[in-house]
Design a protein around this ligand. Structure first.
Ligand SMILES: CC(C)(COP(=O)(O)OP(=O)(O)OC[C@H]1O[C@@H](n2cnc3c(N)ncnc32)[C@H](O)[C@@H]1OP(=O)(O)O)[C@@H](O)C(=O)NCCC(=O)NCCS
Length: 165
């Protein structure tokens, strides 16, 4: 992603055309084609295998604390969020991790991502965790602005990496 902020310029444009209520619910397998199409609309890359695998891992009903939530309005998926509780990674007590969030470009700045984020945080809270973490590209100012708006700040860990020859 580049550094430029994305999204529609006006909040009203995004809200006025929608009259049906926004509904946050667990993703189901029938959503997968719409999720793949939404991701392609946002990123310009079609990754059907990736999203099918993510759904198999996070969307199918199970007891582990994995979450794949969608925001649906008038029968159309407007956004989604994926996260999980990870325990003792880097010596850290169990915490919620958000690793994907996307909202349809024409539906942005209308609070959809905030509702998805709040629903995921409620789910995390019910598991008993006290922290929520995420990671993003350093130059992705849009996603950084969003997470900062939710009260997230730099945490105590830093990422290191190397290239394998
Ligand atoms: C980031 C994203 C999820 C936000 O979705 P959204 O539904 O528009 O977000 P919300 O309407 O809930 O916005 C909440 C707050 O985020 C911040 N924000 C969102 N979009 C912003 C923008 N274009 N510019 C500046 N701040 C922005 C604002 O503080 C906003 O609060 P405000 O409307 O009161 O100012 C959406 O823009 C998106 O899908 N972007 C691409 C995501 C991406 O890069 N994903 C890859 C990593 S997983």
């Amino acid at each position: 992603m580049g550094g430029a902020l994305q999204g529609p310029p006006m909040k009203l444009a995004a809200t006025a055309e929608k009259s049906a209520a926004l509904h946050i619910r667990q993703a189901v397998r029938a959503d997968v084609p719409a999720l793949i199409a939404l991701d392609e609309e946002v990123t310009g890359l079609a990754k059907p295998k990736y999203w099918e695998e993510i759904f198999d891992r996070y969307g199918a009903p199970r007891r582990q604390p994995l979450f794949f939530l969608v925001a649906e309005q008038g029968g159309r998926i407007e956004g989604f969020i994926v996260g999980e509780v990870r325990a003792w990674e880097f010596g850290s007590p169990p915490c919620g991790w958000i690793f994907a969030i996307q909202v349809r470009p024409t539906t942005r700045l209308a609070g959809v991502a905030t509702q998805l984020y709040n629903a995921l945080c409620d789910a995390f809270r019910r598991t008993g965790v006290k922290k929520v973490r995420t990671m993003m590209a350093r130059n992705n100012q849009l996603i950084l602005s969003f997470f900062r708006s939710q009260g997230m700040m730099a945490g105590p860990f830093i990422e290191l990496e190397t290239t394998l020859e």
